[in-house]
Design a protein around this ligand. Structure first.
Ligand SMILES: Nc1ncnc2c1ncn2[C@@H]1O[C@H](COP(=O)(O)OP(=O)(O)OP(=O)(O)O)[C@@H](O)[C@H]1O
Ligand SMILES: [Mg+2]
Length: 290
């Protein structure tokens, strides 16, 4: 057994303090497509199960970009994006619903069960969680813009001790399914549930500028990075989702790497955290800023 060092004791004391502070708090976590591709989930699911066991109320929201693109390739349907948003015609919509609501969603549920956390997989259509209208950019096709979030089903599941796993599909007019960017969907859910923290897991360390990680951003500087084009492609909806969350009541939003071992535990249970934090408040002043 390794010798006990004061540093280990300090780390434990710090972590336990955070564990106690986070009990009963809701955290909305978005898994990006690459973050959860088969075989690359790493410790993420274990971390979610651990958070849940520690009394945190985690809600997972997921996309599935690469797996949707794979299926579309097999079906010979070309994938097209405009500013990080998938152009979704009727055929694409069917593939998106199959992959997101079916395969990816149920795989995450199974992985959580394997770690001892009871999970329920659903899409934003279930219980009308995500009520959407067609995105104002009509050329995007069946892409929805969130109009309203109905939290009753999610709260019922959380109160019952389940981890909700939500595929980013929306309930559109006349019972139609719409594709909703998962970053945007997760942000709307975080705000509606009054989550204490909103975490986006992706395939980069966070927001990068000149190849360097930007570890903290206030809304003004985040907007400047969007306007200058430093933030592009799939990072655009992420930064916009964080901005919208912190501007409508979520204390802090974080973009972190899914590839970092123990990413979620480091983000919640250590003082420094990892990745990029976007927050409207003053740095370090919040009790749960870790
Ligand atoms: N300034 C920036 N900093 C970091 N990444 C950036 C930046 N600008 C653009 N990007 C791109 O954004 C990507 C992350 O968004 P992307 O949509 O590809 O991933 P995701 O949302 O995690 O997964 P998915 O959309 O497949 O569910 C990065 O891999 C990077 O290529
Ligand atoms: Mg994306």
């Amino acid at each position: 057994m390794p010798a006990r060092t004061p540093a280990t004791g300090d780390a434990l004391a710090e972590a336990l303090g955070y564990v106690a502070a986070w009990r009963g708090k809701c955290v909305v976590i978005k898994f990006g497509g690459r973050a959860m591709a088969e075989g690359s989930v790493g410790t993420l699911i274990e971390d979610v199960a651990l958070l849940h066991r520690s009394g945190v109320r985690p809600v997972l929201v997921h996309g599935g970009g690469p797996e949707i693109t794979d299926l579309l390739e097999k079906l010979d349907v070309p994938a097209k994006f405009v500013d990080g948003l998938r152009v979704t015609d009727q055929q694409t919509m069917k593939a998106v619903e199959m992959v997101l609501g079916g395969h990816v969603n149920k795989r995450l549920v199974g992985q959580l069960h394997a770690q001892g956390a009871q999970a329920v997989g659903l899409s934003g259509k279930d219980g009308n969680i995500l009520e959407v209208v067609q995105h104002p950019r009509a050329e995007l096709g069946f892409v929805g813009r969130v109009q309203k979030v109905n939290t009753k089903l999610l709260e019922t599941l959380l109160d019952g001790g389940f981890v909700p796993v939500v595929a980013s599909l929306g309930a559109g007019p006349e019972g139609r399914t719409f594709n909703v960017n998962a970053d945007t969907a997760a942000s709307a859910i975080a705000v509606a549930l009054r989550a204490e923290k909103f975490i986006l897991l992706t395939d980069v360390e966070g927001v990068l500028k000149d190849d360097e990680l930007v570890s903290q951003l206030d809304p003004k500087s985040a907007l400047a990075l969007l306007q200058s084009g430093v933030v592009s492609k799939g990072m655009i909806p992420k930064v916009e989702a964080c901005l919208s969350a912190v501007e409508t009541g979520t204390p802090s939003a974080h973009i972190i790497s899914a590839g970092r071992d123990r990413a979620l535990l480091l983000e919640l249970f250590t003082e420094t955290g990892i990745g990029t934090m976007i927050s409207a408040g003053s740095w370090g002043a919040q009790p749960f800023s870790g």
